[in-house]
Design a protein around this ligand. Structure first.
Ligand code: KG4
Ligand code: ZN
Length: 341
């Protein structure tokens, strides 16, 4: 079964064709980064206008590269949440219209669950496992017992981890997207150059939650307070110290979730899963099996949407044509969090 997946939730216009939820036949990602880089962040109005301009050529290219026509497609999947409303509506409306006009099934896909599926495109992964979903808008630690059986254990109480990378990079003028710039600079910096504080919200039901506004403020407004005077205040050192704390916050909550649930398999997804320090630190955890998607599948793409769309369709689950878009993640269940081991 071949699914056309459409992704337009933020600043990439993307379309892909995936067979049986696993084989990527084509995967076209048109990035808008140069259009937003001048502003050091995504400008929603520019994003939706570019999606409108690019969606048709991107879908056409995905079909051309796959050497397929629309008749060869068995279903159309599109991201309907979470993301920028104007951006989501372009891909969602395009996907629904195409499905309706061709009389093919339509499947709405949650972008964050798409990120979780990305690693499944690359290899077989057994359930259950712990999911680590880290992007520009979300930070989620979840227990995954099946592709449609996901229990959220923790999220961020304020900024998302990718957002913190982006804001710190924007303030210091390191470049956009901030995570990519900081990851690169940090390679030649020393993480000991500053000792930023770790958040302390591990009591009162927040055992698996993370927080990034404190680190962001420390790195931007209070850097004098935390700087180690033995080090020069260079972009490389600032990046290395910030990145080290940012990934250790994730790591500490993930390790706690692993201890408490007994789950030792971790599957990561989302743009921040491309971070080299996060990958290196998790690789050092010899008791854990850490699975990361290939780099090109960490950031936004249509293949993850087509892949998860296939799983739903194979189980007979489709979405009605009046399915709307939502800026919010929802669709996840946040049950009572497990307490202690
Ligand atoms: O998943 P994604 O492409 O879009 C969203 O769903 O938000 O993630 C984008 C986020 C941005 O915040 C970007 O700075 C961050 O992922 N990112 C990284 C890296 N590459 C992208 N953060 C840290 N290290 C990276 N190598
Ligand atoms: Zn994303």
């Amino acid at each position: 079964m071949r699914i056309l997946g459409i992704e337009s939730s933020c600043d990439e216009t993307a379309a892909a064709i995936v067979e049986d939820g696993r084989t990527i036949i084509s995967n076209v990602v048109a990035t808008q980064i140069p259009f937003h880089a001048t502003y050091n962040g995504v400008v929603p109005e520019i994003a939706s206008r570019k999606h409108t301009e690019w969606i048709l050529p991107v879908v056409k290219q995905a079909l051309d590269e796959a050497k397929l026509s629309l008749e060869d497609i068995d279903g159309i999947a599109a991201t309907n949440r979470p993301g920028l409303m104007g951006s989501l509506l372009v891909g969602l409306t395009f996907g629904k219209t195409l499905a309706w006009s061709l009389d093919k099934p339509f499947i709405a896909v949650n972008h964050m669950l798409g990120h979780l599926y990305a690693a499944h495109l690359d290899r077989d992964i057994e359930y259950p496992y712990l999911g680590l979903l880290v992007s520009g808008g979300h930070s989620i630690i979840c227990k995954v017992s099946g592709y449609a059986d996901i229990e959220v254990l923790g999220t961020t109480v304020d900024d998302a981890v990718g957002e913190a990378f982006d804001k710190v990079a924007k303030f210091y003028g390191f470049g956009y997207p901030g995570g990519v710039a900081i990851d690169k600079l940090a390679k030649s910096g020393d993480p000991r150059s500053a000792r930023f504080p770790l958040p302390n919200l591990y009591k009162g039901g927040h055992e698996y939650d993370v927080s990034y506004s404190g680190l962001k403020t420390a790195a931007i407004n209070q850097i004098d307070q935390f700087w180690n005077p033995e080090f020069e205040r260079t972009p490389e050192n600032i990046s290395a110290a910030f990145q080290e704390t940012a990934v250790r916050i994730l790591l500490s909550r993930l390790l706690k979730a692993s201890r408490d649930t007994g789950l030792t398999r971790i599957v990561a997804g989302g743009g921040v899963a491309a971070n080299s320090r996060l990958r290196a630190l998790l690789a050092e955890e010899k008791d854990l099996e850490c699975i990361f998607p290939p780099l090109r599948l960490c950031t936004d793409n249509g293949a993850m949407i087509a892949g998860l769309g296939y799983r739903y369709l194979a189980d007979g689950v489709t979405s009605p044509f009046d399915t709307g878009a939502s800026a919010r993640v929802e669709g996840f269940r946040k049950f009572g969090r497990p307490r202690g081991a």
